[in-house]
Design a protein around this ligand. Sequence first.
Ligand SMILES: *Cc1c(COP(=O)(O)O)cnc(C)c1O
Length: 371
Amino acid sequence: MSSPDVGDLEEQYLLAALRSGWVAPVGPDVEAFERELATRVGVEHGVALSSGTAALHLALLTLGVGRGDVVVTSTMTFAATANAIVYTGAEPYFIDADPETGNMCPELLERALRRLADAGERVAALVPVDLLGKAVDYTALEAIAERYDVPVVADAAESLGATHRGRAAGSFGRVSIVSFNGNKVMTTSGGGMLLTDDAEVAKHVRYLATQARQPVVHYEHTDIGYNYRLSNLLAALGRAQLARLDEMIARRRALRDRYKELFSGVAGVSVFGAEGDEHDNVWLTSILVDSEVTGWEPAELSAALTADNIESRPLWKPMHLQPVFEGPRGEINGAAEGLFRTGLTLPSGSALSVEQIDRVGAAIKTFLNEQ
Ligand SMILES: *Cc1c(COP(=O)(O)O)cnc(C)c1O
């Protein structure tokens, strides 16, 4: 669906790092990668980490989130967002989605913050998520967060390369995080980065990620630390991927345009979030199927594709419907659940060859003709 897209440039960067002898989680490629990505999104500091989840965890800890706190987040997300909140001992509080974008609904957020403030509960952070590569309406969300004096940790794991009103995803909130997991727009096989303008936050995150070692030779510790750094080899891979980011996004966009064309005459099917997607990174392309109109369910198309050895998947199952998060509260109106029931994500990766894309297109056409 979204496999890694690597070639000669990645090989060249990775080999150069290996031959340089910098095989440790420190080295010139880590520093260069942090600088290059921070510059690309327009913030002062980047801290390269072992995953996007690690970046979320340390961002929350550094903002003082802990036991007894409430952290407000999107229900329409990958589990890593909610897991990182639980790691700190805080309780996730889920907000439902805008049905057009799947991103956190500002009205429901406002209602939740008012309700929590009235109840005298401390909301330690707000974690909005840029779903499938579309930046959240940060203009609306940041204004609300400011009114309630809640710091924002932007989960931009899926949206590197996207913008909101000309500003890059990864530059919003007190802190943003991005992911370089193997299925994201660019990858280090596994990795992430914390991005911020706040020098103190960046310094503290770096300290926690390095086992919270005090700057003395005898390993002195006054805090619980983590081993969350990114290796220099993987940072080198990340630099090559970053150099190719725009080219890879352009390939994903061409693929989405094909799906738009393919489904343009099919009543009851729309490409999810396609309205105004020119500022997205189009990480994954999903369709929404109104089965009352089509007469078929998304699961039937998915089964036909699976029979042809083509991967597809429902949209994220919302967090409030996950057995592990049963109990946590939220502001839920059914929009995310509707997207989960009607959505299907199609092969979207930039590594797909022309032949593979043609094969997917032909399989979809065959399915539609048989209906
Ligand atoms: C991928 C992802 C993460 C986690 O990133 P990892 O690098 O895989 O730990 C967090 N949040 C969202 C929304 C994601 O899609």
